[in-house]
Write a protein that binds this ligand. Structure first.
Ligand SMILES: CC(=O)CC(=O)SCCNC(=O)CCNC(=O)[C@H](O)C(C)(C)COP(=O)(O)OP(=O)(O)OC[C@H]1O[C@@H](n2cnc3c(N)ncnc32)[C@H](O)[C@@H]1OP(=O)(O)O
Ligand SMILES: NC(=O)C1=CN([C@@H]2O[C@H](COP(=O)(O)OP(=O)(O)OC[C@H]3O[C@@H](n4cnc5c(N)ncnc54)[C@H](OP(=O)(O)O)[C@@H]3O)[C@@H](O)[C@H]2O)C=CC1
Length: 294
């Protein structure tokens, strides 16, 4: 079957990644519709995009004309049926396989047969997710990095059934966003998170065992290894629920105890302390400046 020419993009999930993907796609000239479960979530997402585009204008990265044009290309919807005309749908919902499977069961009958379906999953098997769709040949991983407007890399991951035409179309799409691709095989957490998340998990063990405080650990890695953010600050930025899900996928998928999620990470997630997005994680963000919670 011929593939759709990509003009209209649907994004599922108006969280930090979905909004970032919508933003860069709209800047590149695509029409974008972001779907999420609630109107409130969509409103909040559109407000974030508006703020980020305004910042890009203020920083001289975007003309006012381009800012307005990008904004006019983005709409939001709480009705999945509005994604029917889309040529490419990128799912960027919560990192939970059952959530993603349910979404595919709902969206597949709505989509055009020639439309591509992609996932922004950080860790889950593309082949297994593809099997929950009606189009494994036209399904793959297009994994953006956070923050999407700033990070240059996109990992591309094929499932066992992904057709070459799907891969080529995804590659061309990413090139139009002015991003660089890297190709990863379909192993748990792919390349970036296979390396990054065990480092973050180890930083949490370092805290758990009392080797250093939150501040000491982050300062050590910022000034001692030149990382732009400390690992605990980065964990909060990614979202502790997402970090835990990725560690669980590594642990289950590779069956090696070296990927055991730190119990302190589990505890924070159980407390609902998910990092920046919930206002508290290894730092408390509710005041003027972030304050370490340990
Ligand atoms: C979990 C996964 O599946 C995969 C992942 O994504 S893992 C996470 C990968 N990401 C990282 O490792 C990020 C590490 N951190 C960084 O690179 C930097 O700290 C950072 C780019 C986030 C911020 O950089 P900084 O120098 O500390 O701050 P700042 O000067 O305010 O920002 C630099 C630029 O980024 C922009 N920016 C910062 N945060 C942003 C955000 N959340 N959204 C959009 N733009 C943002 C700023 O506007 C600024 O843009 P200009 O250059 O146009 O001014
Ligand atoms: N955070 C990161 O650094 C990165 C994350 N990713 C991946 O991107 C995806 C999204 O992550 P991120 O944006 O951080 O997560 P967020 O928690 O910020 O956003 C997830 C969004 O999905 C929504 N959602 C949940 N269930 C559904 C559903 N059934 N239909 C539609 N939307 C739904 C959530 O709504 P609600 O809040 O109401 O549940 C929320 O708005 C995950 O797969 C993650 O692994 C990839 C790269 C980097």
């Amino acid at each position: 079957m011929g593939l759709a020419t990509i003009q209209n993009i649907g994004v599922i999930g108006a969280g930090q990644m979905g909004c970032g993907i919508a933003q860069v796609s709209a800047i590149a000239g695509y029409k974008v519709n972001i779907y999420d479960l609630s109107k409130e979530r969509i409103e909040a997402g559109l407000a974030t995009i508006n703020g980020n585009l305004a910042r890009q204008f203020t920083n001289g990265k975007l003309s006012d004309e381009d800012r307005k044009a990008a904004l006019s290309r983005i709409t939001g919807s709480a009705d999945l049926n509005d994604l029917a005309p889309m040529d490419l749908v990128i799912e960027a919902a919560t990192e939970d396989e059952s959530v993603k499977r349910k979404i595919y069961a709902q969206i597949c009958p709505i989509l055009k047969p020639e439309a591509l379906l992609a996932t922004n999953t950080s860790s889950l098997s593309i082949t297994r997710l593809a099997s929950a769709t009606d189009r494994p040949e036209r399904f793959m991983g297009i994994h953006f990095m956070n923050p999407v407007p700033v990070m240059k890399l996109v990992e591309l991951v094929r499932g066992i059934a992904t057709e070459e035409a799907t891969f080529t179309t995804a590659k061309e799409f990413v090139a139009t966003l002015d991003k660089t691709i890297t190709v990863a095989e379909d192993f748990p957490a792919f390349i970036v998170n296979r390396i990054l998340l065990p480092m973050i998990n180890e930083a949490i063990y370092t805290l758990y065992e009392g080797v250093g405080s939150v501040e000491a650990i982050d300062t050590a890695m910022k000034l001692g290894a030149n990382h732009p953010m400390g690992p605990l600050q980065l964990a909060d930025f990614i979202g502790l629920d997402t970090c835990l899900s990725i560690m669980q996928v590594l642990h289950d998928g590779l069956a090696d105890s070296k990927y055991r999620p730190c119990p302190l990470l589990v505890k924070y997630v159980e407390a609902g302390w998910l990092g920046r997005k919930s206002g508290r994680g290894f730092y408390d963000y509710r005041g003027e400046t972030p304050v370490p919670t340990r």
